[in-house]
Design a protein around this ligand. Structure first.
Ligand code: ADP
Length: 273
């Protein structure tokens, strides 16, 4: 039954399979119910908070959540809603912007590597090293022979992180072209959202098909057993939040962090005077 299938299984890009985003419906909800989703999300966030606390206390593993999506896909909203229960002490959000002069003077993974989470920590990447096979490819910022090598370089990099105790979850938020138009228009019409809009957003929108082709390739070539991609239908915010919360919570559950043992020299009946 659709309702009982784990969204994590349904939405994972099976390693080796070919992704065609054009074949995926951004409004799909897999039988989930909007009315029930509020309580489900609240429960999911509470579950996440407990798991994060254990991860932090254990201090042996780390979680990296990579968030990508076309402009207005809802990356910021996902972070706001899903990460709401995390204790800021063990969680970091890193936003990757146009690289600085210092960053472009290095290999493309240099600025990324130093932001990966340490043991006990969760890091959420708002954009990531994938920009180097997305915007960079679409705008020909480096020659093709350079960006086309990067898929393998990314896989090797992520395998290195995984081998060092970092669990990687990569989330792609899929919205439709119509939904993006509505969201852009809403930004223009709402004085509290207008600041988010840039003229350049319209130029990027014209390149929609190029971006989708670049995402198709990145998702196809870089979904691996140790660092799988998940494609989240994201036209409906409530479903997006629910799906991301469930995927992250199930991943943390699988990691099964444990509270460290107490000091063995502590007497069982010790009383604080
Ligand atoms: P956001 O859209 O993430 O809220 P911005 O409006 O500041 O934040 O956009 C960040 C910009 O930085 C995006 O246009 C993105 O494509 C660009 N960017 C990120 N990484 C790279 C990169 N490696 N090379 C070129 N541009 C990049």
């Amino acid at each position: 039954m659709a309702e009982t299938r784990s969204l994590r299984d349904v939405l994972r890009v099976k390693p080796g399979s070919r992704v065609r985003l054009a074949d995926i419906d951004p409004r799909e909800t897999f039988g989930r119910d909007k009315d029930a989703s509020k309580d489900e999300l609240a429960a999911g966030i509470e579950r996440l908070a407990g798991l994060q606390e254990r991860l932090y206390a254990e201090g042996k593993q780390a979680l990296l959540v990579v968030l990508q999506g076309i402009d207005a896909a809802g990356k910021d909203g996902t972070i706001r809603h899903v990460m709401a229960g995390f204790n800021p002490m063990g969680c970091r959000v890193v936003s990757f912007k146009v690289p600085t002069a210092d960053e472009v003077a290095h290999d493309f993974l240099w600025r990324v590597h130093r932001e990966v989470p340490g043991h006990g920590e969760i890091a959420v990447f708002n954009r990531s090293h994938y920009e180097d096979v997305l915007v960079v490819r679409v705008h020909d910022l480096v020659p093709k022979d350079v960006w086309s090598r990067r898929y393998e370089e990314i896989n090797a990099f992520e395998a290195l992180l995984a081998a060092n105790g970092i669990r990687i979850v990569k989330i792609f938020l899929l919205i439709s072209r119509d939904e993006q138009r509505e969201r852009f228009q809403e930004r223009l019409d709402d004085p509290t959202k207008r600041w988010k809009f840039r003229m350049g957003d319209l130029d990027e929108r014209k390149l929609w098909d190029d971006y989708i082709a670049a995402f198709d390739d990145a998702l196809t070539r870089c979904s691996t057993d140790v660092a799988p991609w998940y494609v989240i239908p994201a036209d409906r915010n409530w479903f997006r939040n629910l799906a991301v919360a469930e995927i992250v919570a199930e991943t943390l559950e699988e990691m099964d962090p444990q509270y460290p043992p107490a000091d063995p020299t502590l007497p069982a009946d010790l009383k604080v005077e």
